[in-house]
Design a protein around this ligand. Structure first.
Ligand code: HSE
Length: 298
């Protein structure tokens, strides 16, 4: 009647996969405890690690959970405790972790009446509260694990992508604020054909590289010519971090989601740790505080 869950952080989007491609991090995430209760609905009893509303309808997890409960039409409800470890606004899917966690947890407690994939639309309801846009690029990998691709939004079709075993992620989170709404508003509404060709060539190359475990191809394909040229201006030292990461063996480097976190993909844990140590030095020379993580893909 009770479940304790790890709710993973996610990198989405991932460079050339703007709004469609994401990955799930094994080593960074929140904790959630969900208990069955005789009272209908969702009651959030405790939140630690962040100043977030306890009111169900104002909380991402509350909204996602209620969307699922309304669908299942249950005669009972749930109490939840959320222990946030992922900082809000860091660009590694803090709200998605809560939205995904509650729907996965409730489904598990009920003996999995729904498939994992079928939970995505309910988690998206929670994401909508946080970002006022229906996007699945974070909740999909948080629910399914690994890499995921949103092939289509209407109708929703999410594909799980194979993940090579020796791929590790480094994240650096500079403590500055980048609002997703601003990071979206600075993007051009239309892109030239030449830019689109480069982007979809890279996305195809990346997916192929993931399936064939061709690390060089993964590295060459991790380019974003659509959003990064504009968004990088919101992240101080972005170009330096990227240069240092690539010089120290990262396969590729880009903005995690809408930022401000920056991610690198690396072949082997050792390289990922080395890259983490080197990119740290970039922000150490500034007044900007930061966190660094190295993680497996879950
Ligand atoms: N795909 C979204 C963006 C993710 O890049 O704007 C934001 O979390």
């Amino acid at each position: 009647n009770e479940i304790k869950l790890f709710c993973p952080a996610t990198v989405a989007n991932l460079s050339c996969g703007f709004d469609v491609l994401g990955l799930c991090l094994e080593g960074i995430g929140d904790e959630m405890i969900i208990r069955k209760s005789n009272e209908k609905g969702i009651r959030i009893t405790k939140i630690t690690g962040a100043d977030l509303p306890l009111e169900t309808e104002k909380n991402v997890a509350g909204v996602a959970g209620m969307a699922l409960l309304n669908h299942l039409n249950l005669e009972f409800g749930f109490e939840i405790e959320i222990h946030k470890k992922i900082k809000a606004g860091s660009g590694i899917g803090s709200s998605a972790a809560s939205a995904a966690g509650i729907v996965v947890g409730i489904n598990e407690l009920l003996g999995n009446p729904l498939l994992r994939k079928e939970l995505i639309p309910f988690a998206m309801e929670g994401e909508f509260l946080a970002s006022v846009s229906y996007h699945a690029d974070n909740v999909a990998p948080a629910i399914l694990g690994g890499f995921t691709l949103v092939r289509s939004y209407d109708p929703l079709e999410v594909i799980k992508i194979k993940s090579p075993k020796d791929l590790f992620v480094t994240i650096i989170h500079p403590h500055i604020e980048v609002k997703t709404s601003e990071a979206r508003s600075i993007l051009p509404k239309e892109i030239p054909l030449k830019t689109a060709i480069t982007q979809w060539g890279n996305l195809g190359g990346l997916i192929s590289g993931l399936y064939t475990e061709d690390y060089e191809l993964i590295g060459r394909s991790l380019q974003d010519v659509v959003a990064e040229p504009y968004r990088k201006n919101l992240i101080p030292e972005f170009d330096n971090v990227k240069k240092v990461a690539l010089e120290n063996g990262a396969l590729g480097c880009g903005i995690s989601g809408s930022g401000p976190s920056i991610y690198t993909l690396n072949k082997s844990y050792k390289t990922a740790e080395n890259v983490a140590n080197e990119i740290k030095k970039v922000y150490s020379k500034t007044k900007i505080g930061f966190d660094v993580y190295t993680s497996k893909i879950c």
